[in-house]
Design a protein around this ligand. Structure first.
Ligand SMILES: [Zn+2]
Length: 75
């Protein structure tokens, strides 16, 4: 799901698949949280880029770890 979710958030899905993902996100707490976390990662990465600094892959990996743990926290 994470891969499909990322493709969706990056606007890489066709309209039919994008609509299915959007419907799923409406009803799925876990994927909704994952989507928010991925958006936050993208914002953080682009913020670093616009400030001219190199994107730290380690920092991005840490954020992804954090997002994974958040998603797993739901019983
Ligand atoms: Zn889901």
């Amino acid at each position: 799901m994470a891969r499909l979710l990322q493709a969706y958030l990056d606007g890489e899905l066709d309209a039919g698949r994008a609509r299915r993902v959007a419907v799923h996100l409406d009803g799925c707490w876990r994927c909704g949280l994952e989507a928010s976390a991925y958006e936050a990662i993208k914002v953080a990465v682009s913020a670093v880029s616009t400030h001219g600094g190199p994107v730290s892959h380690e920092a991005v990996a840490r954020l992804r770890d954090f997002a994974d743990r958040l998603a797993e926290a739901q019983p």
